[in-house]
Design a protein around this ligand. Structure first.
Ligand code: HGY
Ligand code: MN
Ligand code: MN
Length: 429
């Protein structure tokens, strides 16, 4: 269905549904595309998009996003963690339908991951504002400060903080320079925005997040949009292998206690274990080898593990097997091995009723509404623990994400915006 089509079948005098009013969806999408371009240039580094939480670039991205929120008729504010909110102006205090995503990025990331969901939320809120009184909720937009977990190795800290779920061990998490989350938050200026109190659970009607699929399925189906049936569970761990350093030229192979040899054997086992387990993915994304000199036998290797599966009980089993194998390798190679879990996010399904609502607007736009599992974690996985949650995926060119080649087309953005507005309108009395 052509998103720019207008007309509609509202009876005489009745306000036609917005999705059928003459809204210039392609123009809305072009505006979002321009804003994505601008945000995509706000980075800590000159080479590529790198926007960690609690940094100058994150603050600048907040300032731009706050301006667009205001232009949309929303009231910008921050919570105590530094998440940016665009709240709907309203007398009473209806519960809020929260539409959002995250402003932080991975190093050398793409400009759609996170930002796209925020900008779609702002555009949808602006289109829906004229009908705010009729809706059973307010439409607030959320731009989370931290979701990726790239800086503190623990994901969705922003949405967990928003719901008051952070514990002391989270605040003690440190980045590669040893700065704790607490210190990073406390040193981050949010002057210029009013501070909002935490939303009560009853104050949250539910959560909607639009996000680039970050995989190849929708492109293979030839469809712009998909619904997220659920988000896989994920566990992150840090393993340390402690061996014995030495001269690369003088220590016989038979008497070495090479930390990298042990870590490499572990990494190959991890890969093989995941290959053999349907639905599992496992990744060693970070590996630090010390002292890291060409002619020195590695004394210590630290590596990260990212483990995911749609079923928590399988995730538990895989994690247990990894730790068992690490101990066995350490014993055989006389290497001391330690590990600690830095993150665990349970698998979660989206709300069935909301999925059906969204499926009907998506179906009206593109004929069918495929349901996919998300291999990526999202803030929706946190909000979904306490309120109805639904996610909309947008087609991702060549399935590439977490990379500058990440791309979503403006026509697909237009379809997503129309589906989101239609979803919200489905709650009209
Ligand atoms: O790693 C993830 O799943 C997401 O991109 N934060
Ligand atoms: Mn994301
Ligand atoms: Mn991401």
């Amino acid at each position: 269905m052509d998103p720019s089509a207008g007309g509609g079948n509202a009876s005489e005098g009745e306000e036609p549904p917005l999705t059928e009013k003459r809204i210039d969806w392609p123009a809305e999408a072009e505006r979002i595309e321009g804003r994505l371009e601008l945000l995509g240039g706000i980075s800590e580094s000159d080479g590529g998009l790198d926007r960690p939480p609690f940094t100058r670039s994150l603050r600048r991205a907040m300032e731009e996003t706050s301006r667009w929120m205001e232009e949309a008729g929303l009231l910008p504010a921050v919570d105590s963690f530094g998440n940016l909110l665009g709240r709907a102006p309203q007398e009473g205090r209806k519960p809020a339908l929260l539409i959002g995503s995250h402003l932080d990025t991975v190093p050398n990331g793409g400009r759609f991951d996170g930002a796209l969901g925020i900008l779609l939320g702002i555009a949808a809120a602006e289109i829906l504002l004229p009908r705010a009184r009729e809706l059973p909720f307010a439409v607030d937009v959320l731009a989370f400060q931290e979701e990726e977990g790239a800086r503190f190795r623990s994901g969705c800290l922003g949405s967990r903080a928003f719901l008051g779920l952070l514990e002391s061990r989270d605040w003690a998490l440190t980045d590669s320079r040893g700065l704790s989350l607490q210190e990073a938050r406390d040193s981050f200026a949010t002057d210029g925005w009013p501070r909002v109190e935490p939303y009560s659970r009853e104050g949250i009607f539910g959560y909607l997040e639009a996000h680039i699929e970050q995989g190849p399925q929708l492109e293979a189906l030839g469809l712009p949009l998909g619904l997220v049936a659920g988000i896989v569970g994920q566990e992150r761990l840090l393993f340390s292998f402690h061996g014995e350093g030495g001269h690369a030229g003088c220590v016989p192979m038979a008497s070495r206690r090479d930390a990298l040899g042990a870590a490499a054997e572990f990494a190959i086992f991890l890969e093989e274990m995941a290959r053999q387990q349907p639905g599992a993915v496992a990744t060693v994304g970070e590996l630090h080898c010390r002292p890291g000199a060409v002619n020195v036998i590695p004394k210590q290797v630290d590596l990260s593990v990212d483990l995911r599966h749609p079923k928590d009980e399988v995730l538990d089993r895989l994690s247990h097997r990894l730790q068992e194998r690490a101990r066995e390798i350490g014993k055989r190679r006389k290497i001391q091995v330690s590990s600690r879990r830095t993150d665990r996010l349970p698998a979660i399904g989206s709300d069935r009723g909301w999925r059906e609502r969204l499926a009907s607007t998506v179906g009206a736009i593109q004929g069918k509404a495929p349901q996919l599992w998300s291999g990526a974690g999202h803030d929706a996985g946190i909000l979904g623990r306490f309120a109805p949650m639904v996610m909309l995926f947008l087609r991702c060119r060549r399935g590439i994400s977490h990379d500058p080649a990440e791309f979503v087309s403006p026509p697909d953005i237009a379809c997503a915006l129309q589906a989101m507005v239609g979803f919200v309108e489905s709650f009209l009395p």
